[in-house]
Design a protein around this ligand. Structure first.
Ligand SMILES: [Zn+2]
Length: 238
């Protein structure tokens, strides 16, 4: 085989694996990202529930103050009722008392409502905390497992780079420039295999003459349709 062609096939395969590392890393990190998002959603839910509890406690406090004011007022009214003389005064006092009692009922109901709301929110927090525990453990597990995977990829990446650094100085500068020029638009398919007499970069059929020179592997042959560098695929370089 033409020595340059051989080098280009090798270089193209190196470049392909270099470009493949980033998507692999992203794929691995994706599961961690998803779990971290779940974790932060749960944390924010807990925060919201805690805020709601705080707010309800405040409202409850206001209602309790109101209740004690009402109870003072009722005591006062009962004292007054022993002093008042006329029926009109008695009636006015009774009315005031009724209103105060109604307000007491309302405040008590409100406190009861707030209590049950706080209770339900506390329960929700407990549920979220249980979920948080599970997801935090999941995050830890994923972190451990992907750190190994990422380290393995990093090692692989270093080896491929090293391989490239060794190969590059051996390649003729003109050939390299030619390859890089095609790579600019063809990316990882700059060097394309020929299968069934077709260029597997553009999938167009090659005429017999071009195909014959590809099979000979004596020169660097480019596809007459797309311009990619062609090579005969063997099991070894498949
Ligand atoms: Zn082609």
């Amino acid at each position: 085989m033409n020595k340059y062609l051989e080098q280009l096939i090798e270089l193209s395969s190196i470049d392909k694996s270099i470009d493949g590392f980033e998507p692999r890393v992203q794929k691995i990190e994706k599961s961690l990202k998803i779990s971290l998002e779940k974790e932060s959603k749960i944390k924010s839910n807990i925060k919201i529930f805690e805020e709601e509890i705080k707010e309800s406690e405040l409202k409850k406090g206001k209602n309790e103050i109101h209740l004690s004011e009402l109870s003072d007022k009722l005591q006062e009214l009962s004292k007054k009722s022993s002093i008042v003389k006329t029926a009109k005064e008695v009636k006015a006092l009774q009315l005031e008392e009724e209103i105060a009692k109604e307000q007491c009922d309302f405040a008590n109901e409100e406190i009861e409502r707030l209590d049950s709301y706080i209770e339900s929110r506390n329960k929700s927090i407990e549920e979220e905390q249980a979920k948080l525990e599970v997801i935090s453990q999941e995050v830890e597990t994923i972190r451990d497992s992907i750190s190994e995977e990422l380290a393995a990829i990093e090692k692989e990446r270093e080896a491929v780079y090293e391989h490239k650094q060794k190969l590059l100085p051996q390649i003729d500068q003109k050939i390299l420039t030619f390859y890089e020029k095609i790579r600019k638009w063809a990316g990882n398919t700059a060097v394309a295999p020929v299968r069934k007499q077709a260029c597997y970069g553009c999938f167009m059929r090659l005429n017999d003459k071009v195909y014959a020179s590809v099979l000979k592997q004596e020169d660097i042959v480019t596809c007459p349709h797309c311009g990619r560098i062609l090579y005969k695929e063997t099991q070894e370089n498949e």
